[in-house]
Design a protein around this ligand. Structure first.
Ligand code: AMP
Ligand code: MG
Length: 505
Protein backbone atom coordinates (compact mmCIF):
# COMPACT_ATOMS: atom_id res chain seq x y z
CA UNK A 1 0.00 0.00 0.00
CA UNK A 2 1.28 3.46 -0.87
CA UNK A 3 0.51 5.67 2.11
CA UNK A 4 1.12 8.94 0.31
CA UNK A 5 -1.25 8.11 -2.51
CA UNK A 6 -3.87 6.86 -0.09
CA UNK A 7 -3.81 10.03 1.97
CA UNK A 8 -3.42 12.48 -0.90
CA UNK A 9 -5.19 10.96 -3.86
CA UNK A 10 -5.28 14.27 -5.74
CA UNK A 11 -1.60 15.03 -5.49
CA UNK A 12 1.00 14.14 -8.08
CA UNK A 13 4.06 12.59 -6.58
CA UNK A 14 6.35 15.56 -6.88
CA UNK A 15 9.79 16.18 -5.52
CA UNK A 16 10.58 18.70 -2.84
CA UNK A 17 13.65 20.93 -3.04
CA UNK A 18 14.42 24.17 -1.24
CA UNK A 19 11.19 23.72 0.68
CA UNK A 20 9.09 23.79 -2.49
CA UNK A 21 6.96 20.99 -3.95
CA UNK A 22 6.87 21.28 -7.72
CA UNK A 23 4.44 20.24 -10.39
CA UNK A 24 4.82 20.96 -14.03
CA UNK A 25 1.42 20.93 -15.63
CA UNK A 26 2.39 23.28 -18.47
CA UNK A 27 5.19 20.86 -19.36
CA UNK A 28 2.58 18.13 -19.73
CA UNK A 29 1.02 19.98 -22.66
CA UNK A 30 3.78 18.54 -24.83
CA UNK A 31 6.81 19.78 -26.69
CA UNK A 32 4.83 21.71 -29.31
CA UNK A 33 4.36 24.30 -26.57
CA UNK A 34 7.92 24.80 -25.40
CA UNK A 35 11.56 23.84 -25.47
CA UNK A 36 12.90 22.23 -22.32
CA UNK A 37 16.19 23.79 -21.30
CA UNK A 38 18.05 24.90 -18.21
CA UNK A 39 18.69 28.53 -17.28
CA UNK A 40 22.20 29.83 -17.94
CA UNK A 41 24.44 30.26 -14.91
CA UNK A 42 24.92 33.79 -13.65
CA UNK A 43 28.40 34.70 -12.51
CA UNK A 44 28.91 35.57 -8.80
CA UNK A 45 25.26 36.37 -7.99
CA UNK A 46 24.19 38.66 -5.15
CA UNK A 47 20.87 39.63 -3.66
CA UNK A 48 19.32 42.92 -4.78
CA UNK A 49 15.77 42.56 -3.53
CA UNK A 50 13.57 39.90 -1.97
CA UNK A 51 9.91 39.81 -1.11
CA UNK A 52 8.97 38.10 2.13
CA UNK A 53 5.32 38.54 1.13
CA UNK A 54 5.76 36.53 -2.08
CA UNK A 55 7.83 33.94 -0.24
CA UNK A 56 4.93 33.64 2.17
CA UNK A 57 2.51 33.13 -0.75
CA UNK A 58 4.72 30.26 -1.85
CA UNK A 59 4.54 28.82 1.67
CA UNK A 60 8.07 29.85 2.69
CA UNK A 61 9.51 31.62 5.74
CA UNK A 62 11.59 34.80 5.28
CA UNK A 63 14.61 32.88 6.63
CA UNK A 64 14.41 30.75 3.47
CA UNK A 65 16.25 33.53 1.63
CA UNK A 66 19.27 33.15 3.90
CA UNK A 67 20.27 29.90 2.22
CA UNK A 68 23.10 30.17 -0.30
CA UNK A 69 21.36 27.38 -2.23
CA UNK A 70 18.37 29.63 -2.81
CA UNK A 71 20.56 32.40 -4.23
CA UNK A 72 22.33 29.93 -6.50
CA UNK A 73 19.09 28.26 -7.60
CA UNK A 74 17.23 31.43 -8.54
CA UNK A 75 20.17 32.83 -10.42
CA UNK A 76 20.26 29.72 -12.59
CA UNK A 77 23.42 28.24 -11.08
CA UNK A 78 21.89 25.27 -9.32
CA UNK A 79 19.24 22.90 -10.64
CA UNK A 80 16.12 22.65 -8.48
CA UNK A 81 14.91 19.09 -8.06
CA UNK A 82 11.35 18.65 -9.22
CA UNK A 83 11.42 21.53 -11.68
CA UNK A 84 11.33 21.06 -15.44
CA UNK A 85 12.71 24.34 -16.80
CA UNK A 86 11.35 25.36 -20.16
CA UNK A 87 10.91 28.31 -22.49
CA UNK A 88 7.42 28.53 -23.98
CA UNK A 89 6.64 29.52 -27.55
CA UNK A 90 4.19 32.26 -28.47
CA UNK A 91 3.66 34.79 -31.23
CA UNK A 92 1.97 38.14 -31.25
CA UNK A 93 1.17 41.56 -32.61
CA UNK A 94 3.76 44.18 -31.69
CA UNK A 95 2.77 47.83 -32.13
CA UNK A 96 -0.22 46.73 -34.18
CA UNK A 97 1.78 44.61 -36.62
CA UNK A 98 1.89 40.81 -36.79
CA UNK A 99 5.36 39.90 -35.55
CA UNK A 100 5.20 36.13 -36.03
CA UNK A 101 6.96 33.84 -33.60
CA UNK A 102 8.32 35.37 -30.40
CA UNK A 103 8.41 33.21 -27.26
CA UNK A 104 10.27 33.28 -23.96
CA UNK A 105 13.50 34.73 -25.28
CA UNK A 106 15.03 35.28 -21.87
CA UNK A 107 12.69 33.55 -19.44
CA UNK A 108 12.56 30.04 -18.02
CA UNK A 109 9.45 28.60 -16.47
CA UNK A 110 10.63 26.38 -13.62
CA UNK A 111 7.25 24.83 -12.92
CA UNK A 112 4.42 25.32 -10.55
CA UNK A 113 4.65 25.09 -6.81
CA UNK A 114 2.05 23.47 -4.57
CA UNK A 115 0.81 27.00 -3.76
CA UNK A 116 -0.58 27.21 -7.29
CA UNK A 117 1.95 29.77 -8.48
CA UNK A 118 4.07 29.18 -11.55
CA UNK A 119 7.61 30.38 -10.98
CA UNK A 120 9.62 31.88 -13.80
CA UNK A 121 13.12 33.29 -14.08
CA UNK A 122 13.51 36.34 -16.33
CA UNK A 123 16.91 37.30 -17.69
CA UNK A 124 18.12 33.72 -17.30
CA UNK A 125 19.86 33.28 -20.63
CA UNK A 126 19.42 32.41 -24.28
CA UNK A 127 16.58 30.20 -25.48
CA UNK A 128 15.55 29.09 -28.98
CA UNK A 129 13.24 32.15 -28.96
CA UNK A 130 15.89 34.77 -28.20
CA UNK A 131 16.02 36.01 -31.82
CA UNK A 132 18.55 38.89 -31.83
CA UNK A 133 18.54 39.22 -28.03
CA UNK A 134 21.18 38.07 -25.57
CA UNK A 135 18.80 36.32 -23.18
CA UNK A 136 19.67 38.70 -20.36
CA UNK A 137 17.90 41.49 -18.51
CA UNK A 138 19.72 44.46 -16.99
CA UNK A 139 19.71 45.44 -13.32
CA UNK A 140 17.82 48.67 -14.07
CA UNK A 141 14.79 47.02 -15.69
CA UNK A 142 14.85 44.10 -13.25
CA UNK A 143 14.58 46.46 -10.28
CA UNK A 144 11.72 48.28 -12.01
CA UNK A 145 9.88 45.01 -12.62
CA UNK A 146 10.46 43.81 -9.06
CA UNK A 147 9.27 47.05 -7.46
CA UNK A 148 6.33 47.60 -9.78
CA UNK A 149 5.02 44.05 -9.41
CA UNK A 150 4.85 44.49 -5.66
CA UNK A 151 3.59 48.07 -5.98
CA UNK A 152 0.69 46.95 -8.16
CA UNK A 153 -0.13 44.20 -5.72
CA UNK A 154 -0.08 46.76 -2.92
CA UNK A 155 -2.55 48.85 -4.91
CA UNK A 156 -4.85 45.86 -5.29
CA UNK A 157 -4.27 45.57 -9.04
CA UNK A 158 -3.97 42.08 -10.53
CA UNK A 159 -0.34 41.41 -11.41
CA UNK A 160 2.40 38.85 -11.65
CA UNK A 161 4.41 38.94 -8.44
CA UNK A 162 8.16 39.18 -7.94
CA UNK A 163 9.91 36.92 -5.45
CA UNK A 164 13.38 38.37 -5.82
CA UNK A 165 15.99 40.12 -7.95
CA UNK A 166 19.50 38.78 -8.12
CA UNK A 167 22.34 40.84 -9.59
CA UNK A 168 25.73 40.05 -11.04
CA UNK A 169 28.67 42.03 -12.36
CA UNK A 170 28.34 40.23 -15.72
CA UNK A 171 28.33 42.96 -18.37
CA UNK A 172 25.32 43.33 -20.66
CA UNK A 173 25.37 45.60 -23.70
CA UNK A 174 22.42 47.93 -24.18
CA UNK A 175 22.83 51.61 -25.22
CA UNK A 176 25.76 51.41 -22.85
CA UNK A 177 27.33 48.57 -20.89
CA UNK A 178 25.18 47.63 -17.92
CA UNK A 179 25.09 44.59 -15.64
CA UNK A 180 22.89 41.50 -15.65
CA UNK A 181 20.14 40.55 -13.22
CA UNK A 182 17.52 37.84 -12.91
CA UNK A 183 14.01 38.45 -11.58
CA UNK A 184 12.02 35.54 -10.21
CA UNK A 185 8.37 36.08 -11.07
CA UNK A 186 5.32 34.22 -9.82
CA UNK A 187 1.80 34.05 -11.25
CA UNK A 188 -0.87 31.37 -11.55
CA UNK A 189 0.01 31.32 -15.26
CA UNK A 190 2.17 33.29 -17.67
CA UNK A 191 0.04 32.31 -20.67
CA UNK A 192 -0.52 35.28 -22.99
CA UNK A 193 -2.93 36.11 -25.80
CA UNK A 194 0.09 35.45 -28.02
CA UNK A 195 0.19 31.78 -27.06
CA UNK A 196 -3.21 31.35 -28.71
CA UNK A 197 -2.28 33.51 -31.68
CA UNK A 198 0.74 31.28 -32.24
CA UNK A 199 -1.14 28.03 -32.77
CA UNK A 200 -3.95 29.75 -34.60
CA UNK A 201 -1.58 31.36 -37.10
CA UNK A 202 0.07 28.00 -37.72
CA UNK A 203 -3.41 26.47 -38.19
CA UNK A 204 -2.53 23.93 -35.49
CA UNK A 205 -6.09 23.59 -34.27
CA UNK A 206 -5.42 20.52 -32.14
CA UNK A 207 -2.73 22.37 -30.18
CA UNK A 208 -4.94 25.44 -29.98
CA UNK A 209 -7.65 23.31 -28.44
CA UNK A 210 -5.22 21.65 -26.03
CA UNK A 211 -4.12 25.09 -24.83
CA UNK A 212 -7.66 26.44 -24.54
CA UNK A 213 -8.85 23.35 -22.67
CA UNK A 214 -5.90 23.65 -20.30
CA UNK A 215 -6.72 27.29 -19.54
CA UNK A 216 -10.45 26.61 -19.20
CA UNK A 217 -10.01 23.59 -16.94
CA UNK A 218 -7.46 25.26 -14.69
CA UNK A 219 -8.64 28.83 -14.51
CA UNK A 220 -12.08 29.20 -16.01
CA UNK A 221 -13.98 26.00 -15.21
CA UNK A 222 -17.27 27.94 -15.24
CA UNK A 223 -16.94 28.13 -19.05
CA UNK A 224 -18.02 24.51 -19.25
CA UNK A 225 -21.21 25.25 -17.34
CA UNK A 226 -22.22 28.60 -18.77
CA UNK A 227 -25.51 28.36 -20.63
CA UNK A 228 -24.97 31.70 -22.33
CA UNK A 229 -23.01 30.51 -25.33
CA UNK A 230 -24.98 27.33 -25.90
CA UNK A 231 -22.33 25.16 -24.34
CA UNK A 232 -19.48 26.76 -26.32
CA UNK A 233 -16.71 26.94 -23.69
CA UNK A 234 -14.33 28.86 -25.96
CA UNK A 235 -16.77 31.72 -26.52
CA UNK A 236 -17.38 31.72 -22.76
CA UNK A 237 -13.59 31.87 -22.25
CA UNK A 238 -13.30 34.86 -24.56
CA UNK A 239 -16.06 36.60 -22.64
CA UNK A 240 -14.47 35.99 -19.24
CA UNK A 241 -11.03 37.09 -20.46
CA UNK A 242 -12.67 40.22 -21.92
CA UNK A 243 -14.28 40.96 -18.58
CA UNK A 244 -11.10 40.44 -16.59
CA UNK A 245 -9.13 42.57 -19.03
CA UNK A 246 -11.77 45.30 -18.84
CA UNK A 247 -11.54 45.35 -15.05
CA UNK A 248 -7.75 45.41 -15.19
CA UNK A 249 -7.58 48.34 -17.60
CA UNK A 250 -10.15 50.26 -15.55
CA UNK A 251 -7.82 49.90 -12.57
CA UNK A 252 -4.84 51.06 -14.62
CA UNK A 253 -6.73 54.13 -15.80
CA UNK A 254 -8.01 54.97 -12.35
CA UNK A 255 -4.59 54.83 -10.71
CA UNK A 256 -2.85 56.55 -13.65
CA UNK A 257 -0.75 53.59 -14.77
CA UNK A 258 0.66 53.42 -18.30
CA UNK A 259 1.91 49.98 -19.32
CA UNK A 260 3.90 51.18 -22.30
CA UNK A 261 4.01 47.99 -24.42
CA UNK A 262 0.53 46.53 -24.72
CA UNK A 263 1.52 44.10 -27.44
CA UNK A 264 -0.64 40.98 -27.59
CA UNK A 265 2.28 38.92 -26.29
CA UNK A 266 2.28 41.06 -23.15
CA UNK A 267 -1.42 40.48 -22.41
CA UNK A 268 -2.15 37.88 -19.73
CA UNK A 269 -4.93 35.37 -20.33
CA UNK A 270 -5.74 35.81 -16.62
CA UNK A 271 -6.11 39.58 -16.83
CA UNK A 272 -2.93 40.23 -14.86
CA UNK A 273 -0.48 43.05 -15.42
CA UNK A 274 2.60 41.34 -16.84
CA UNK A 275 5.90 42.19 -18.52
CA UNK A 276 6.89 45.41 -16.86
CA UNK A 277 9.05 47.37 -19.27
CA UNK A 278 8.73 51.10 -20.00
CA UNK A 279 5.72 51.54 -17.68
CA UNK A 280 5.02 54.77 -15.82
CA UNK A 281 2.67 56.16 -13.22
CA UNK A 282 1.48 59.56 -14.40
CA UNK A 283 3.04 62.56 -12.76
CA UNK A 284 1.17 65.60 -14.17
CA UNK A 285 -2.15 64.49 -15.67
CA UNK A 286 -1.76 64.42 -19.43
CA UNK A 287 -4.33 62.15 -21.08
CA UNK A 288 -2.14 61.67 -24.15
CA UNK A 289 0.98 60.86 -22.14
CA UNK A 290 3.35 58.40 -23.87
CA UNK A 291 5.67 56.70 -21.39
CA UNK A 292 7.64 54.55 -23.83
CA UNK A 293 10.28 56.47 -25.74
CA UNK A 294 10.26 53.74 -28.41
CA UNK A 295 6.53 54.39 -29.04
CA UNK A 296 6.86 57.13 -31.63
CA UNK A 297 3.22 57.06 -32.75
CA UNK A 298 1.83 57.08 -29.22
CA UNK A 299 -0.03 53.82 -29.83
CA UNK A 300 0.19 52.99 -26.14
CA UNK A 301 -0.49 56.47 -24.72
CA UNK A 302 -2.40 56.54 -21.42
CA UNK A 303 -5.75 57.44 -22.99
CA UNK A 304 -5.37 54.82 -25.74
CA UNK A 305 -5.02 51.89 -23.36
CA UNK A 306 -8.74 51.05 -23.13
CA UNK A 307 -9.13 50.83 -26.91
CA UNK A 308 -5.87 48.97 -27.36
CA UNK A 309 -6.98 46.35 -24.85
CA UNK A 310 -10.12 45.83 -26.92
CA UNK A 311 -8.03 45.59 -30.11
CA UNK A 312 -5.89 42.94 -28.39
CA UNK A 313 -8.98 41.04 -27.28
CA UNK A 314 -10.18 41.14 -30.87
CA UNK A 315 -6.89 39.45 -31.88
CA UNK A 316 -7.51 36.83 -29.21
CA UNK A 317 -11.03 36.35 -30.52
CA UNK A 318 -9.71 35.86 -34.04
CA UNK A 319 -7.19 33.35 -32.73
CA UNK A 320 -9.91 31.40 -30.93
CA UNK A 321 -12.26 31.45 -33.90
CA UNK A 322 -11.38 27.93 -35.11
CA UNK A 323 -12.60 26.68 -31.72
CA UNK A 324 -15.52 29.06 -31.27
CA UNK A 325 -16.81 28.29 -34.76
CA UNK A 326 -19.13 31.19 -35.43
CA UNK A 327 -17.91 34.73 -35.76
CA UNK A 328 -21.14 36.07 -34.23
CA UNK A 329 -20.43 34.17 -31.03
CA UNK A 330 -16.90 35.61 -30.84
CA UNK A 331 -18.19 39.14 -31.41
CA UNK A 332 -20.90 38.65 -28.80
CA UNK A 333 -18.27 37.48 -26.30
CA UNK A 334 -16.14 40.56 -26.98
CA UNK A 335 -19.13 42.85 -26.39
CA UNK A 336 -18.76 42.33 -22.64
CA UNK A 337 -15.64 44.50 -22.71
CA UNK A 338 -17.73 47.47 -23.85
CA UNK A 339 -20.05 47.24 -20.88
CA UNK A 340 -17.67 46.03 -18.17
CA UNK A 341 -14.93 48.59 -18.85
CA UNK A 342 -17.05 51.75 -18.43
CA UNK A 343 -18.96 50.26 -15.51
CA UNK A 344 -15.75 49.31 -13.74
CA UNK A 345 -14.03 52.62 -14.49
CA UNK A 346 -17.10 54.42 -13.16
CA UNK A 347 -17.01 52.36 -9.98
CA UNK A 348 -13.28 52.98 -9.51
CA UNK A 349 -13.67 56.71 -10.06
CA UNK A 350 -16.61 56.92 -7.67
CA UNK A 351 -14.46 55.22 -5.05
CA UNK A 352 -11.71 57.78 -5.70
CA UNK A 353 -14.31 60.45 -5.08
CA UNK A 354 -15.56 58.72 -1.95
CA UNK A 355 -19.02 58.06 -3.37
CA UNK A 356 -20.74 55.00 -2.01
CA UNK A 357 -23.79 55.00 -4.25
CA UNK A 358 -24.30 55.63 -7.94
CA UNK A 359 -26.21 58.59 -9.31
CA UNK A 360 -26.86 59.59 -12.92
CA UNK A 361 -25.01 62.90 -12.56
CA UNK A 362 -21.82 61.14 -11.41
CA UNK A 363 -20.62 60.63 -14.97
CA UNK A 364 -20.57 64.37 -15.53
CA UNK A 365 -18.74 64.89 -12.26
CA UNK A 366 -16.10 62.32 -13.23
CA UNK A 367 -15.81 63.82 -16.70
CA UNK A 368 -15.35 67.28 -15.23
CA UNK A 369 -12.64 66.21 -12.80
CA UNK A 370 -10.69 64.65 -15.68
CA UNK A 371 -11.08 67.91 -17.63
CA UNK A 372 -9.96 69.95 -14.65
CA UNK A 373 -6.90 67.75 -14.15
CA UNK A 374 -6.03 67.78 -17.84
CA UNK A 375 -6.32 71.52 -18.32
CA UNK A 376 -4.39 72.19 -15.11
CA UNK A 377 -1.84 69.40 -15.74
CA UNK A 378 -2.21 68.74 -12.03
CA UNK A 379 -0.18 65.98 -10.44
CA UNK A 380 -2.50 62.99 -10.60
CA UNK A 381 -1.51 61.11 -7.42
CA UNK A 382 -1.06 64.22 -5.30
CA UNK A 383 -4.42 65.63 -6.40
CA UNK A 384 -6.34 62.55 -5.29
CA UNK A 385 -4.50 62.21 -2.02
CA UNK A 386 -4.94 65.90 -1.18
CA UNK A 387 -8.61 65.70 -2.13
CA UNK A 388 -8.99 62.75 0.25
CA UNK A 389 -7.47 64.73 3.12
CA UNK A 390 -9.56 67.75 2.17
CA UNK A 391 -12.74 65.68 2.46
CA UNK A 392 -11.51 64.33 5.80
CA UNK A 393 -11.11 67.98 6.87
CA UNK A 394 -14.77 68.72 6.02
CA UNK A 395 -15.77 66.07 8.54
CA UNK A 396 -14.33 68.23 11.29
CA UNK A 397 -16.87 71.06 11.61
CA UNK A 398 -14.72 72.93 14.16
CA UNK A 399 -11.67 73.27 11.93
CA UNK A 400 -11.62 76.21 9.50
CA UNK A 401 -12.11 75.08 5.93
CA UNK A 402 -8.86 75.15 3.98
CA UNK A 403 -9.10 74.57 0.24
CA UNK A 404 -5.53 75.65 -0.47
CA UNK A 405 -3.81 72.25 -0.72
CA UNK A 406 -6.17 71.30 -3.55
CA UNK A 407 -6.51 74.76 -5.10
CA UNK A 408 -2.74 75.26 -5.19
CA UNK A 409 -2.45 72.42 -7.69
CA UNK A 410 -4.20 74.57 -10.32
CA UNK A 411 -3.48 77.93 -11.91
CA UNK A 412 -7.15 78.41 -12.76
CA UNK A 413 -8.48 78.82 -9.21
CA UNK A 414 -11.98 79.70 -10.41
CA UNK A 415 -12.27 76.39 -12.24
CA UNK A 416 -11.20 74.35 -9.23
CA UNK A 417 -13.47 76.32 -6.90
CA UNK A 418 -16.46 75.64 -9.13
CA UNK A 419 -15.66 71.96 -9.29
CA UNK A 420 -15.12 71.67 -5.52
CA UNK A 421 -18.51 73.27 -4.89
CA UNK A 422 -20.28 70.79 -7.17
CA UNK A 423 -18.39 67.96 -5.58
CA UNK A 424 -19.23 69.04 -2.02
CA UNK A 425 -22.91 69.10 -2.90
CA UNK A 426 -22.71 65.58 -4.25
CA UNK A 427 -20.84 64.39 -1.16
CA UNK A 428 -23.33 65.80 1.29
CA UNK A 429 -25.51 62.71 1.51
CA UNK A 430 -22.56 60.29 1.79
CA UNK A 431 -21.03 61.95 4.81
CA UNK A 432 -17.50 63.33 4.80
CA UNK A 433 -16.09 60.92 7.33
CA UNK A 434 -17.23 57.84 5.45
CA UNK A 435 -16.22 59.30 2.09
CA UNK A 436 -12.72 60.23 3.20
CA UNK A 437 -12.25 56.83 4.81
CA UNK A 438 -12.93 55.20 1.45
CA UNK A 439 -10.79 57.74 -0.40
CA UNK A 440 -7.73 57.25 1.78
CA UNK A 441 -7.90 53.52 1.05
CA UNK A 442 -8.42 54.12 -2.68
CA UNK A 443 -6.09 57.01 -3.50
CA UNK A 444 -2.52 55.95 -2.76
CA UNK A 445 0.02 58.24 -1.15
CA UNK A 446 2.91 56.38 -2.80
CA UNK A 447 3.30 55.20 -6.40
CA UNK A 448 6.44 54.07 -8.20
CA UNK A 449 7.20 57.28 -10.02
CA UNK A 450 10.00 57.10 -12.57
CA UNK A 451 12.32 59.34 -10.62
CA UNK A 452 11.93 57.25 -7.45
CA UNK A 453 12.82 54.10 -9.34
CA UNK A 454 15.69 55.93 -10.97
CA UNK A 455 17.15 57.05 -7.63
CA UNK A 456 16.98 53.51 -6.26
CA UNK A 457 18.60 52.16 -9.43
CA UNK A 458 21.46 54.66 -9.28
CA UNK A 459 22.25 53.55 -5.74
CA UNK A 460 21.88 49.88 -6.68
CA UNK A 461 24.45 50.31 -9.43
CA UNK A 462 26.84 51.28 -6.61
CA UNK A 463 25.77 48.12 -4.75
CA UNK A 464 23.70 50.05 -2.26
CA UNK A 465 20.29 48.39 -2.27
CA UNK A 466 18.79 50.46 0.53
CA UNK A 467 16.83 52.56 -1.98
CA UNK A 468 15.19 49.42 -3.40
CA UNK A 469 14.31 48.20 0.06
CA UNK A 470 12.84 51.52 1.19
CA UNK A 471 10.68 51.85 -1.92
CA UNK A 472 9.56 48.25 -1.60
CA UNK A 473 8.41 48.87 1.96
CA UNK A 474 6.49 52.03 1.04
CA UNK A 475 4.92 50.56 -2.08
CA UNK A 476 3.79 47.37 -0.37
CA UNK A 477 1.51 49.57 1.76
CA UNK A 478 0.88 52.59 -0.49
CA UNK A 479 -2.21 53.81 1.38
CA UNK A 480 -0.39 54.10 4.72
CA UNK A 481 1.06 57.46 5.74
CA UNK A 482 4.60 56.19 6.52
CA UNK A 483 5.62 59.20 8.64
CA UNK A 484 9.08 60.50 7.79
CA UNK A 485 8.86 59.44 4.14
CA UNK A 486 6.84 62.35 2.75
CA UNK A 487 9.54 63.17 0.21
CA UNK A 488 8.66 59.93 -1.59
CA UNK A 489 5.12 61.25 -2.03
CA UNK A 490 6.20 64.66 -3.27
CA UNK A 491 6.14 66.21 -6.75
CA UNK A 492 8.71 64.85 -9.18
CA UNK A 493 11.87 66.98 -9.51
CA UNK A 494 12.47 68.81 -12.79
CA UNK A 495 14.94 66.19 -13.96
CA UNK A 496 12.20 63.52 -13.84
CA UNK A 497 10.88 64.73 -17.20
CA UNK A 498 14.26 64.00 -18.79
CA UNK A 499 14.21 60.31 -17.83
CA UNK A 500 13.84 58.30 -21.02
CA UNK A 501 12.42 54.82 -20.58
CA UNK A 502 12.35 52.75 -23.75
CA UNK A 503 11.89 49.09 -24.72
CA UNK A 504 15.60 48.60 -23.98
CA UNK A 505 15.68 46.37 -20.95
P1 AMP B 1 9.12 42.40 -24.36
O1 AMP B 1 8.79 43.58 -25.22
O2 AMP B 1 10.17 42.67 -23.33
O3 AMP B 1 7.90 41.80 -23.78
O4 AMP B 1 9.80 41.30 -25.31
C1 AMP B 1 9.30 40.94 -26.58
C2 AMP B 1 10.00 39.69 -27.06
O5 AMP B 1 11.39 39.88 -27.15
C3 AMP B 1 9.80 38.47 -26.18
O6 AMP B 1 9.77 37.35 -27.01
C4 AMP B 1 11.04 38.49 -25.33
O7 AMP B 1 11.37 37.22 -24.81
C5 AMP B 1 12.08 38.96 -26.32
N1 AMP B 1 13.22 39.63 -25.71
C6 AMP B 1 13.25 40.87 -25.15
N2 AMP B 1 14.48 41.15 -24.70
C7 AMP B 1 15.25 40.07 -24.96
C8 AMP B 1 16.62 39.75 -24.72
N3 AMP B 1 17.46 40.60 -24.14
N4 AMP B 1 17.05 38.53 -25.12
C9 AMP B 1 16.22 37.67 -25.72
N5 AMP B 1 14.94 37.91 -25.98
C10 AMP B 1 14.44 39.09 -25.60
MG1 MG C 1 6.94 40.45 -23.26
Amino acid sequence: MNMVQDFMPEMDLAETDLGLVWRNSFAQLGTDFYTALAPRPLNAPYWVGRSDAVAHELGLQPSWFESRDVLEAFSGNRAIAGTQPLASVYSGHQFGVWAGQLGDGRAHLLGETASGYEVQLKGSGLTPYSRMGDGRAVLRSSIREFLCSEAMHGLGIPTSRALCVIGSDEPVRREEIETAAVVTRAAPSFIRFGHFEHFSALEQTAQLKTLADYVVDRFYPACRESGKFAGNPYAALLELVSERTARLIAQWQAVGFCHGVMNTDNMSILGLTIDYGPFQFLDAFDPGHICNHSDHQGRYAYNKQPNIAYWNLYCLGRALLPLIGEQELALAALESYKTVFPAELGARMRAKLGLLDEQPADLALIESVFQLLASGRADYTIFWRRLSHWVAGQANADAPRNDDPVRDLFLDRAAVDTWLLQYLERLANTGYGIASGLMLKTNPKFVLRNHLGEQAIRLAKLKDFSGVHTLQRLLEAPFDEHPGFDSYADFPPDWASTIEISCSS
